[in-house]
Design a protein around this ligand. Structure first.
Ligand SMILES: Cc1ncc(COP(=O)(O)O)c(C=O)c1O
Length: 419
């Protein structure tokens, strides 16, 4: 498996951002540097280490599934976020024993994919999707089928079409999971409605009878807490009937607090949880205990929520700066939708203009020290459709507002020459 693993583009993009200080990176989803909670973290760590007993416990190995108090706290947090949904069931899906703490939600996605899939299996993904997840898929020798994404989220009718076709081709037995980024999606910023999640789960349940095994829905909620306004967000798929045995819910404390303290988590069906814990035991037998204690204290003390409120305002402001700059500098032929949260704007050039690593747009942008994520990177290798190559993902997370304006102005100049 190791030899099969292609170089992940994320590593290259992050290196460009870190090693070439002149480059304005609108590519990576780093958190806003100025808001990183340094003082809060110092105070929390001092609090943890003040007591010798607590300090020793924090500096010792923990359990593989994660600190019991943090698991309970994270499970309760998701239950509360979902509580307002019509028909929400409090039930089994939110039990702390189903919760797994991981090194960022990235590790959870890796473990779950490894737990559910064998090489040659098929994973269903949104079109486009989170490109780093595609690295996990590639590394495990899995195949992809892409499902249409509309402004309301994953298209259940298209999911049905994709699965019907796979049925005709005798491939349903290889379909193991659907991966979706349900809130402020990376890269498009689309949020999938609860109705769309219900429709997707129903379709999966329908086809799994013919597949002969469960087809899981992996809901990645990494950007759920990074919402710009106060409008109510849809509940997660965990509220749906039968979700406790079919939905894997992945989330993170990493982006909403500090990406350097990578603590993620997931709520998993029992059978999947058991296997994922075994795999995690082989990886690292537990997420760093000190970081778990840090997050636990941040959550319990209210520091986390206060920081989140600051961060949400900050990102709303940065998104507005980016959108203003786009309106000012991008040619009218380029379109985009306004994000209501998350860290990204998905810009669409006319289809004949390419944005890939070898394209004129990318090379000219790099020559002017601006980096973006070429849209094609976010599309799975799906042999049933041609990969679109005319979009770009722009992040307003890491770059400073002044840099962002300059970056968009330079990119706009490139696009004006090309489009
Ligand atoms: C959609 C999505 N899921 C998961 C992750 C992983 O984040 P972390 O491992 O820091 O929790 C990211 C990071 O960019 C992401 O964009």
């Amino acid at each position: 498996m190791g030899l099969r693993t292609a170089p992940p583009p994320i590593a290259w993009l992050m290196r460009q951002a870190l090693e070439r200080p002149r480059v304005i990176s609108l590519a990576v989803g780093f958190t806003d540097e100025a808001t990183l909670p340094v003082n809060e973290t110092r105070a929390l760590l001092e609090g943890i280490l003040r007591s010798t007993r607590r300090g020793r416990a924090a500096l010792q190995y923990g359990t593989t599934a994660g600190d019991a108090a943090l698991r309970a706290c994270a499970a309760a947090r998701v239950r509360v976020q979902d509580a307002g949904a019509p028909g929400a069931r409090g039930g089994a899906a939110y039990l702390p024993e189903r919760l797994l703490i991981t090194n960022g939600s990235q590790q959870l996605l890796y473990l779950v994919t490894e737990a559910l899939c064998d090489p040659g299996d098929i994973v269903l993904v949104e079109d486009p999707t989170y490109f780093v997840y595609l690295g996990i898929v590639q590394s495990h020798g899995l195949r992809c089928r892409a499902v249409r994404l509309t402004p309301e989220g994953l298209d259940g009718e298209d999911l049905k079409r994709v699965l019907t076709r796979l049925g005709r081709e005798g491939e349903l037995g290889r379909v193991k999971l659907l991966y979706m980024v349900s809130y402020h999606q990376n890269p498009t910023a689309i949020t999938t409605s609860l109705e769309r999640k219900r429709a997707a789960l129903d379709v999966l349940r329908h086809f799994e009878r013919r597949a002969g095994h469960p087809i899981y829905m992996v809901e990645d909620a990494a950007y759920r807490e990074l919402q710009a306004g106060d409008a109510a967000l849809p509940a997660s798929a965990l509220v749906l009937a039968g979700a406790a045995e079919r939905v894997v819910y992945a989330s993170t404390f990493s982006k909403p607090f500090a990406t350097g303290a990578r603590v993620g988590y997931g709520l998993l069906p029992r059978a999947v949880h058991q296997v994922a814990v075994r795999l995690k035991a082989n990886h690292d037998f537990g997420t760093a205990n000190l970081l778990q204690q840090l997050l636990l204290e941040a959550l319990r003390s209210g520091v986390y929520d206060r920081h989140l409120a600051v961060l949400r305002k900050r990102y709303a402001c940065k998104a507005a700066v980016m959108l203003d700059a786009l309106r000012e500098h991008f040619p009218p032929a380029v379109g985009w939708d306004e994000p209501r949260g998350g860290l990204y704007v998905w810009a669409r050039l006319p289809p004949r203009h390419k944005t890939g690593l070898r394209s004129r747009v990318f090379r000219e942008a790099m020559a002017r020290d601006v980096l973006y994520v070429p849209g094609a990177m976010c599309y799975a290798d799906d042999p049933t459709r041609r990969k679109p190559a005319h979009e770009m993902r722009l992040s307003f997370g890491g770059a400073r507002t002044g840099e962002m304006r300059v970056g968009i102005e330079r990119l706009g100049a490139v696009l004006a020459e090309v489009c």
